[in-house]
Design a protein around this ligand. Structure first.
Ligand code: PLP
Length: 396
């Protein structure tokens, strides 16, 4: 029997999408992992989460383990609303939906806003899982290049104006990661933030602001698009994955009530009530401002190690953006196909993600690669870049 024949056409097409969600082969033992966007293991608050789980169960017994969960879920919402307020984002309870990570938030937004006629504007390059998600709903994309100052809003404006002249549909939304972008590590300037909001208004589209790394600034902290949004055009997607623990799967959407209502409708109870309640207890017992200072200090220092190792070990022809926060650095090696180079890198015991996976047209990304400084410790980062330097030299 051909089981696949039971899939409807749209699902059959979606299953053919590239990339298939596996961006590097199995790692050899002892490989230095500069590919993975995980938090540093020492920064994951294992003991504190253990204590939160124990106290939750002692206090509430089976309650947090039922479908409807614990009243602490509401507390989590209040904690997130308060945190957003401190960042200049003012939302009510009806304007916030807790999701299973930012990924579910992006998927729900795509699900309620996209159909096969919908156009989506994306950054090029962008977060590869978002690319995968959007391609499940539409094939119509506008790719806008990113430079060291983030999304090139002048290019976006030209494209929108031309589409208007030609009577073409405008994007239903722009998906952007304005702060410490994945994969480039770049940050959209204040002027471009203002510009993109004006364009959304002029050409009538929504903005999905993925702020997964927004709290992890090294020095400067720009206002989010949502904080600057006076027209309710911005759907702000957040996450505790990069600042607490990704396995807890806590993210959110902050946006207009109608959007939140529609997302909640399709989310149903695909929830993690237990994780949400445990997170609420953890946050109530944690000085989060203090924790964020530790995170920023640690990642700032790791990033400095990465950058100085790049200066020391990489040949002149390689270039990279200097991140001001987040987890990633983005490198270009002219004339080298980084997908091919990955095989040698793994043999040398260092990993990265080839750039092509972050582009809709993968041929745009062959000379790029993404390095992560979040997961490994400083010694390993320096050693990893030393190994990478050897591999790049040999590939030129
Ligand atoms: C830009 C961006 N958005 C969302 C996510 C996923 O976050 P979550 O673990 O909350 O689903 C990631 C994780 O790598 C990311 O880089």
């Amino acid at each position: 029997m051909n089981i696949a024949s039971f899939f409807p056409k749209n699902i059959q097409l979606a299953l053919k999408n590239n990339p298939p969600g596996k961006w590097i082969p199995d790692l050899p033992e002892g490989c230095i992992r500069l590919h993975c966007g995980y938090p540093a293991p020492v920064l994951v608050p294992v003991e504190e989460i253990k204590a939160a789980v124990c106290s939750l169960l002692e206090l509430e017994h089976d309650l947090p383990l039922h479908y409807t969960g614990s009243p602490k879920i509401l507390e989590l919402k209040e904690q997130i609303i308060k945190r957003l307020e401190e960042r200049g984002i003012s939302v009510s309870e009806e304007e916030l939906l807790i999701t299973s990570g930012a990924c579910q938030a992006v998927d729900l937004i795509a699900r309620i806003l996209l159909d096969k006629e919908a156009v989506v504007a994306i950054e090029s390059p962008t977060y590869m899982e978002a690319l995968e998600i959007f391609q499940n709903y539409t094939k119509l994309f506008i790719s806008i290049p990113v430079d060291k100052h983030g999304l090139q809003t002048d290019v976006l404006e030209e494209i929108l104006a031309e589409r208007k002249r030609n009577g073409l549909a405008q994007p239903r939304f722009l998906y952007t990661i304005p702060t410490f972008q994945n994969p480039t590590g770049t940050t959209m300037t204040a002027e471009r933030r203002q510009h993109v909001l004006e364009l959304a208004d002029k050409y009538n589209f929504l903005i999905v602001e993925d702020d997964a790394y927004g709290e992890l600034f090294f020095n400067n902290n720009l206002p989010t698009l949502k904080a600057m949004d006076t027209m309710s055009r911005v759907l702000h997607v957040g996450s505790l994955s990069k600042i607490v623990a990704p396995g807890m799967r806590i993210g959110w959407i902050a946006g207009a009530c109608e959007i939140i209502h529609a997302c909640a409708w399709f989310k149903k109870d695909l929830n993690h009530p237990f994780a949400q309640a445990a997170m609420a207890v953890y946050l109530a017992n944690t000085d989060f401002d203090e924790k964020l200072i530790t995170l920023r200090d640690t990642y700032r220092s790791k990033c400095a190690v990465l950058l100085s190792a790049l200066e020391q070990y990489l040949p002149e022809s390689a270039s990279w953006y200097v991140p001001e926060g987040g987890y990633f650095a983005w490198m270009k090696i002219p004339g080298v196909d980084t997908s091919e180079m990955l095989t040698q890198a793994l043999a040398e015991g260092v990993s990265f993600i080839p750039g092509r996976y972050f582009f809709m047209d993968q041929s745009d990304g062959t000379e790029y690669l993404r390095l992560s400084f979040s997961y490994e410790d400083e010694k390993e980062i320096a050693d990893g870049i030393r190994r990478l330097g050897r591999v790049v030299e040999a590939s030129l």
